[in-house]
Design a protein around this ligand. Structure first.
Ligand code: HEC
Length: 140
């Protein structure tokens, strides 16, 4: 075996040994990894999704939370937008906004806006949207 080949074999053996040692290692010490809020949304409530009178907060968290709770892509994008307008970062969360009307919320949800895809009646039914829009629409 040439010197070069045996050196190459030695190097790959070391890489393999090192690699398996890394895989076998325990996770680093410290607190367990925390899930960000947008990954911790509640389960969808059971029952008829077409029935009016649902809980707007829960329905918002279920149907909009994966983008609009803390850490979600909608919150990240809106935080930047609001800060560019001179507002505080907390205004990136829709739930902290006081300037949204229920009608505006409904039209953004059905039509989409910029990077937000339109939500169909399967994503969120009219009854669910009604409750969510009432919850977010603090400006009326
Ligand atoms: C797939 C991710 C996603 C989902 C799901 C989503 N949104 Fe959005 N939403 C966004 C993004 C991103 C923006 C910012 C769009 C932009 O300006 O480009 C946004 C913007 C908005 C705005 C406009 C805010 C403003 O300042 O004009 C409203 C209102 C809104 N979303 C409501 C909702 C509601 C209510 C739901 C649930 C029914 C929902 N969104 C679901 C991603 C999402």
């Amino acid at each position: 075996m040439s010197k070069l080949v045996s050196r190459a074999l030695l190097v790959s053996a070391l890489v393999l040994a090192g690699g398996s040692a890394v895989l076998a290692d325990a996770p680093p010490p410290g607190p367990p990894m925390m899930m960000p809020p947008y990954m911790l949304r509640p389960e969808a409530p059971a029952g008829d999704r077409l029935k009016p009178g649902g809980d707007g907060k829960v329905l918002f968290e279920v149907h909009c939370g994966y983008c609009h709770l803390l850490g979600g892509m909608g919150s990240n994008l809106l935080t930047k937008q609001r800060m560019m307008m001179g507002e505080t970062p907390d205004k990136g969360l829709l739930v902290n906004r006081t300037d949204l009307t229920a009608d505006y919320v409904k039209s953004v949800v059905r039509m989409g806006k910029g990077a937000m895809p339109a939500q169909t009646r399967v994503d969120v039914t009219d009854a669910e949207l009604q409750a969510v829009a009432k919850y977010l629409g603090k400006a009326g």
